[in-house]
Design a protein around this ligand. Structure first.
Ligand code: CMP
Length: 134
């Protein structure tokens, strides 16, 4: 089915000048960018976005990293978009990410891991509404 998913190009990838290379991977895989905004997340915005991780030990570092520089927030649309985007991204930890994935090729660490992508239909709906409304 055609789905929509939320993608964030994180501060490390923006700083590395690979926004275009990452978007090209989405486009080459058949995902269409239907919303896109470059922005600096406030602390409150980053905390709210990652609220489900509030109790995790890495939460403070995650929020600090996501507010360390501008990000590119996008909605990607296409057949099976949620799973396809996760396939293109690779494992959360770049050291475990498969060859040819975005995180393997552009990310340095589990914190600075280049991209975020919604992990389920429910997350996609919440995350898209969080940044772009209904
Ligand atoms: P993301 O998909 O944006 O969702 C939460 C982020 O927390 C994750 O990518 C990682 O960048 C970061 N993170 C840091 N440490 C961990 C960890 N141990 N497990 C999962 N995510 C982590």
């Amino acid at each position: 089915a055609t789905e929509r998913t939320l993608s964030i190009i994180k501060p490390d990838a923006v700083a590395k000048n690979v926004i275009g290379e990452i978007v090209t991977r989405f486009e080459k895989a058949g995902l269409k960018v239907v919303e896109m905004q470059m922005k600096a997340l406030s602390q409150a915005e980053a905390e709210g976005f990652y609220a489900e991780h509030k109790e995790r030990p890495f939460f403070a570092d995650l929020v600090a990293f996501m507010t360390s520089g501008p990000v590119v927030v996008q909605v990607l649309e296409g057949e099976n978009a949620i799973a396809l985007n996760r396939e293109l991204m690779g494992a959360t930890n770049p050291k475990e990410a498969a060859e040819g994935t975005i995180r393997r090729d552009f990310a340095e660490s589990i914190d600075a891991n280049a991209v975020h992508g919604s992990d389920s239909a429910a997350s996609a709906e919440r995350e898209i509404a969080y940044f772009f409304g209904k």
